[in-house]
Design a protein around this ligand. Structure first.
Ligand SMILES: [Zn+2]
Length: 134
């Protein structure tokens, strides 16, 4: 390793970065596999997925060493990207509101004006989001 590794910004760069971390040489075969599976994934997410993979201490089926001690396959990285996206969606839903025009931060004006004070009530769409976010 040559000490001055810049932040990878392209797929070949991140492959080279990952290979360097595992003492491997990137080659056309690897690049082809990574391109085929990961071409549509933003590099930022791939960098995070690589870091997540390296932290993965799940024993690997091959020799029970932690999974993170192997150069990740494209499928390994895709799994990390998916997991991260799912958890971010859940976080967003938990904090967020339904986004409907009539919804004011989780409250809506009561449907029926009873002639007295205008009333607000919990937005049913937000409640649904929060319940589904579990
Ligand atoms: Zn709402």
């Amino acid at each position: 390793m040559n000490g001055s590794i810049a932040t990878p910004k392209t797929l070949p760069e991140i492959l080279a970065f990952a290979c360097a971390a595992y003492g491997r040489e990137p080659n056309d075969e690897l690049l082809f596999a990574w391109r085929g599976a990961l071409d549509q994934i933003p590099i930022r997410e791939l960098r995070e997925a690589l870091t997540e993979h390296q932290r993965d201490i799940t024993p690997d089926g091959r020799d029970r060493r932690p999974r993170g001690s192997w150069l990740p396959s494209p499928a390994d990285l895709l799994a990390k990207v998916e997991a991260k996206r799912r958890s971010e969606n859940t976080q967003r839903t938990k904090r967020g509101y339904c986004g409907r025009a009539e919804c004011l931060g989780g409250w809506v004006w009561a449907e029926r004006n009873t002639g007295g004070e205008p009333a607000v009530t919990r937005c049913p769409h937000c409640r649904e989001l929060w319940e589904n976010a579990g």
